[in-house]
Design a protein around this ligand. Structure first.
Ligand code: ZN
Length: 316
């Protein structure tokens, strides 16, 4: 048993160095940026050292800390950001590995504090689902680590405002892949925006994708809350976790948000259609064509009527 444990730990050290090389080579962590962790046992967490490039780590460079962040072993000092990793692990007992870095495309969304839009790419919907943006805090301390707590249970991908990303999962590769997926997705979004036209699919199609997740062994909190109660193409799941005001979409706005804004009548939602009117109106007719023929006219008229009545009633 002891021999196996040592073997496993060495394998994990090698794998962590390998993940570090991928992060560095992908440009997700410049110079000595980024950190990675893996829970070896109940109170033992393997993690990357501070001031070391993730692209050039050797298994011996890694540190072991306890769940409070106290260093147990390793000749180099552990990263100060390991507190973020431990906070996530304490909140989610199923999480064994955490990856934090600064992938440029996803970090651009974190700097803009633009919510990650949904109902655009099916693979993203299935493999990542909801993504949150946690509030900004000076990196390193416990206050910084605590910013993610409201979101940790409902997602495994969080954008850290004005900073980077943190992704986590059941093992090292699982945690790392989410970083790759979110950055690839954000890159596609930015390229699409350059083309000038973003098409979305609707809630019914989103529900079809989310229903595939249990068969793939991927949990999704929206399944337990009841898909019909969720604003699948909007960004409702994290509203309760956000302070006031939460990040609002300014660049990627699903046409559905127009309708929601009118329906809910809340201050934030009522504001949205005013700002969203121009981009959403241009996106609506070019959506995936499910609404055919005369229905489109009826839909456009209904939306226009709602926008006009909201504008008339939102003088405050
Ligand atoms: Zn960082």
């Amino acid at each position: 048993m002891v021999g196996n444990g040592v073997m496993n730990e060495w394998k994990m050290r090698e794998l962590m160095c390998e993940i570090g090389r991928r992060i560095y080579n992908k440009g997700f962590a410049a110079a000595n940026d980024g950190n990675i962790s893996y829970r070896l046992g109940e109170d033992r967490v393997l993690c990357t050292p501070t001031r070391t490039s993730k692209g050039y780590m050797k298994p011996d460079d890694l540190c072991i800390v306890d769940m409070d962040g106290k260093q147990i072993s390793g000749k180099k000092k552990r990263s100060s950001e390991v507190l973020l990793h431990l906070t996530i692990m304490k909140t989610r007992s199923d999480v064994r590995s955490v990856v934090h870095c600064h992938p440029p495309h996803a970090t651009a969304f974190a700097v803009a504090r633009e919510p990650i839009p949904k109902c655009i790419l099916p693979e993203f919907e299935v493999f990542l689902g909801e993504v949150a943006i946690s509030p900004y805090e000076t990196p390193g301390g416990q206050a910084f680590a605590d910013t993610v707590i409201p979101f940790v249970k409902d997602t495994e991908t969080i954008l850290l405002a004005n900073h980077g990303t943190v992704t986590y999962g059941s093992d090292l590769e699982d945690a790392y892949f989410k970083t790759e997926i979110i950055d690839a997705y954000c890159r596609i979004l930015l390229l699409t925006k350059q083309l000038g036209r973003v098409n979305y699919y609707d809630d019914a199609k989103a529900a079809e994708l989310i229903k595939l997740k249990p068969n793939l062994g991927i949990p999704d909190p929206r399944l337990t809350r009841g898909l019909e109660n969720c604003d699948l193409c909007g960004n409702s799941l994290f509203r309760e976790g956000y302070g006031q005001p939460g990040p609002e979409p300014k660049v990627f706005i699903h046409p559905k948000l127009l309708q929601n804004g009118q329906a809910s009548g809340s201050g934030v939602a009522c504001e949205m259609p005013t700002k969203a009117a121009a981009p959403a109106a241009s996106a609506a007719p070019s959506s995936n064509g499910h609404a055919g023929g005369p229905d489109i006219d009826a839909l456009v008229k209904a939306i226009t009527d709602k926008v006009m009545s909201a504008l008339a009633g939102s003088g405050s």
